[in-house]
Design a binder for this molecule. Structure first.
Ligand code: C2E
Ligand code: CA
Ligand code: CA
Ligand code: CA
Length: 278
């Protein structure tokens, strides 16, 4: 269902129009948007709390539909998964993100990028070759790319996911666990996976300023990550108070509206330049 707010139509993340004509039309529009390069990426920095530097940014999908306005990724991704478009979409995102890196390099900005994967991508055995091809094509060092995968995406087929991710890791690409704390309760799988970075889900981080339980969960997760030799990122940092808490708890990297919202490439380039001159 869609609610009209003036000219714009805002989509809700529901499934009521699952089989409706609107949905079919949207799927068709999404396919066209991929082929015609009408999608976009925004980028949000990961800030190092020790030296205040930015060594990488996360790419986040954006789609401005000509009639319906912004369609959130939380709606695009499930639609792409259900209709078999996800493989194409992930390739588009990877290609766009890596091309952006080479544009930034040309402008003197040396930075890495993180791209989100869907559970479906972990079943795509051609993914390592695709990643390798795009790295070569864009002249990107594998160390500059991180792939973010959610806990739940890996759990659905742990052995296969571990195998695929190992092939990607062998190329020098890093793997991050996204939304940590929201998925599987057992931690034993962490040992099985070639993971370098752990991202604490924003649902714990957002309220840690006034919720002691959340603060404790975040603190324990930071210690856990460090004991396992992993870099830990807190996402959803919306206040200075939380930022300072994370700093005193020894968190490595942060992301959040308080520091920098996801921005279009050009704007982010400006933000990065400003940061580096501080
Ligand atoms: P995610 O990977 O956990 O990304 C973080 C989300 O939190 C982003 O929402 C980001 O805009 C938002 N965010 C960043 N800072 C803050 C903050 O301080 N407070 C709050 N409340 N939110 C913050 P976005 O861009 O709407 O993306 C939502 C989800 O859609 C992502 O969650 C990711 O799972 C998925 N997604 C986005 N782009 C892609 C993509 O290219 N491929 C795939 N497979 N999934 C994507
Ligand atoms: Ca992510
Ligand atoms: Ca996340
Ligand atoms: Ca999420």
């Amino acid at each position: 269902t869609a609610k009209h707010t003036g000219k714009r139509t805002v989509f809700y993340d529901d499934t009521q129009d699952e089989n409706s004509l609107l949905r079919l039309q949207l799927v068709k529009d999404l396919k066209d948007a991929i082929s015609n390069d009408h999608l976009d990426l925004h980028f949000q920095p990961k800030i190092n709390l020790v030296n205040q530097s930015v060594s990488s940014v996360e790419a986040l999908l954006r789609w401005e539909h000509p009639e319906h306005g912004m369609v959130p990724p939380g709606r695009i991704i499930p639609m792409a998964e259900q209709t078999g478009v996800i493989q194409q979409l992930t390739r588009w995102v990877l290609a766009r993100a890596l091309r952006q890196l080479s544009d930034w390099r040309r402008d003197g900005i040396d930075i890495g990028v993180a791209v989100n994967l869907s559970a479906y991508d972990l079943r795509d055995t051609t993914l390592p070759e695709v990643v390798h091809g795009l790295l070569t094509e864009t002249g990107t060092h594998p160390e500059q790319l991180t792939l973010e995968v959610t806990e739940s995406a890996m759990m659905s087929d742990l052995n296969n996911a571990a195998q695929l991710l190992s092939r990607i890791k062998e190329m020098g690409v890093s793997i991050a666990i996204d939304d940590f704390g929201t998925g599987f309760s057992s931690l034993s799988y962490l040992k099985k996976l070639p993971v370098k970075e752990l991202k604490i889900d924003k649902s714990f981080v957002i309220n840690m300023g006034h919720d002691e339980n959340d603060a404790m969960i975040v603190h324990s997760t930071i210690d856990l990550a460090h004991n396992l030799g992993l870099t830990v990122v807190a996402e959803g940092v919306e206040s200075r108070k939380v930022l300072e808490q994370l700093q005193s708890q020894g968190c490595d990297l942060v992301q959040g509206f308080h520091v920098c919202k996801p921005l279009p490439a050009v704007k982010l380039g400006g933000w990065l330049r400003e940061m580096s001159h501080r």
